[in-house]
Design a protein around this ligand. Structure first.
Ligand SMILES: Cc1ncc(C[n+]2csc(CCOP(=O)(O)OP(=O)(O)O)c2C)c(N)n1
Length: 160
């Protein structure tokens, strides 16, 4: 596969819900390219109705939902700054994203291990139509490196 050349983001705004409509726009702009969306389970639920737009417009998006059942970035901040006193970051319910995507006419997958992901990647990218892969991620997994508030970028912390 070719290396990705162009990335679309909501810029410094970091707006949840931008990803899916952003991917739809990118696919319209580059109809012959493979458009890949990597999104969180919280973020995609903010504009998940746009799966219908993608289906209606027959856009062959490849969507990967990093599904940690959490508003993970906020959970991570509460871990570091609030001594794990978590509030309003757990989803007691998230939909079956693979099943939901299938209802919208996507091919849906759910993966739990790196091996499953590797096999599914091949299927996802060889399939000509739209695909959504629900990637089950450890809810306590952190995004690193991280720069703590007030610290210099050189003092970024890593997993250890
Ligand atoms: C519209 C909007 N609301 C709230 C936020 C604040 N916010 C930043 S990250 C985040 C959690 C994102 O959760 P998810 O999309 O599941 O991704 P994760 O951090 O778990 O990878 C929130 C609530 C935001 N960036 N945009």
């Amino acid at each position: 596969m070719k290396r990705p050349r162009k990335f679309v983001t909501s810029g410094g705004l970091g707006v949840m819900g931008f990803g899916l409509p952003g991917a739809i726009g990118a696919q319209f702009g580059k109809p012959d390219e493979t458009v890949v969306l990597v999104t969180g389970d919280g973020s995609i639920q903010m504009t998940i109705n746009e799966l219908g737009t993608a289906a209606e417009q027959k856009l062959p998006l490849k969507i990967f939902v990093l599904n940690n059942n959490r508003l993970g970035m906020v959970r991570q901040l509460q871990e570091f700054y609030c001594d794990k006193r978590y509030i309003a970051v757990d989803f007691s319910f998230v939909p079956d994203f693979a099943g939901l995507a299938q209802v919208y006419g996507f091919k849906g997958f759910r993966v739990k291990t790196a091996e499953e992901l590797e096999a599914t990647l091949k299927e996802a990218f060889s399939f000509p139509g739209p695909v959504l892969v629900d990637c089950q991620v450890d809810p306590e997994e952190n995004v690193m490196p991280m720069v703590l508030a007030g610290k210099d970028i050189c003092d970024a912390i890593d997993n250890e």
